[in-house]
Design a binder for this molecule. Structure first.
Ligand SMILES: [Zn+2]
Length: 231
């Protein structure tokens, strides 16, 4: 009470909800007809008015709820949870994120940016053009290693990123151990193919799907030792 709010044409004192409901003409001025009926049906409990936080069922303000309401939210991405989680190392997650967007510097991607170069993959006995799908999935190394792990996990094989999400990651539950191991195998397979390719390209070694498979298995062991889920 005391202070006044100025509405067009007349001053209106600050009122509590109870005081406003006690003045029926006021409701008719301020509210449309359906809202007037709703307002009249409100039953107030005794006691002083107090502020309530509308986002919380308890009415108590929560900074996390408020932040979640105010923050910018992008579109939900169905595959993001397989990259950005507690058991995939961050540098591997960034590599996978770039791979999803075909932003890895394989030969065809360099060519597409206007740099003339001959392409020769390192993953086949008879070299092919090195695209990202070829290197990670469809070349000799990729085909062998995805066939091996698909059989081991009793999943359908995959031949590119969409089929990896459809045939592997779309079939698992990230909250159980099989789901975490399968996700980690997928991530480590892609990552170790890329490391092996770089060693072949820049250090003169040869790519071997057997050695990549062994590196993935070693990596799974190392992750399982270092990963401590919150209990
Ligand atoms: Zn190849």
């Amino acid at each position: 009470m005391g202070r006044s709010l100025w509405f067009p044409g007349f001053p209106l004192p600050l009122l509590s909800v109870k005081e406003a409901l006690d003045i029926p003409p006021l409701l008719e001025v301020l509210l449309d007809f359906p809202q007037q009926e709703v307002a009249k049906s409100i039953k107030l409990i005794e006691g002083h008015d107090k502020l309530v936080f509308a986002l919380a069922p308890s009415g108590i303000c929560s900074s996390s709820l408020l932040y979640n309401e105010m923050r910018h939210k992008g579109n939900l991405c169905h595959w993001a949870k397989f990259l950005w989680n507690a058991f995939i190392p961050t540098r591997i997650a960034f590599f996978l994120w770039k791979a999803v967007f075909n932003a890895i510097s394989v030969d065809t991607n360099i060519q597409q940016r206007g740099i003339p170069m001959a392409s020769k993959c390192s993953c086949c006995s008879n070299p092919n053009t090195e695209s990202l799908d070829h290197l990670l999935f469809q070349g000799e190394v990729g085909t062998n290693i995805w066939d091996y792990f698909s059989k081991a996990l009793n999943l359908s094989t995959c031949w590119d990123m969409p089929s990896l999400f459809a045939n592997w990651l779309g079939k698992i539950n990230l909250s159980n151990q099989f789901g975490m191991v399968t996700t980690a195998i997928a991530a480590l397979t892609l990552w170790n193919i890329w490391l092996s390719r770089n060693s072949a390209r820049f250090a003169g070694s040869s790519m071997s799907w057997i050695s990549i498979k062994n590196q993935v298995i070693t990596g799974i062991h190392d992750l399982s030792v270092s990963f401590n889920p919150k209990s």
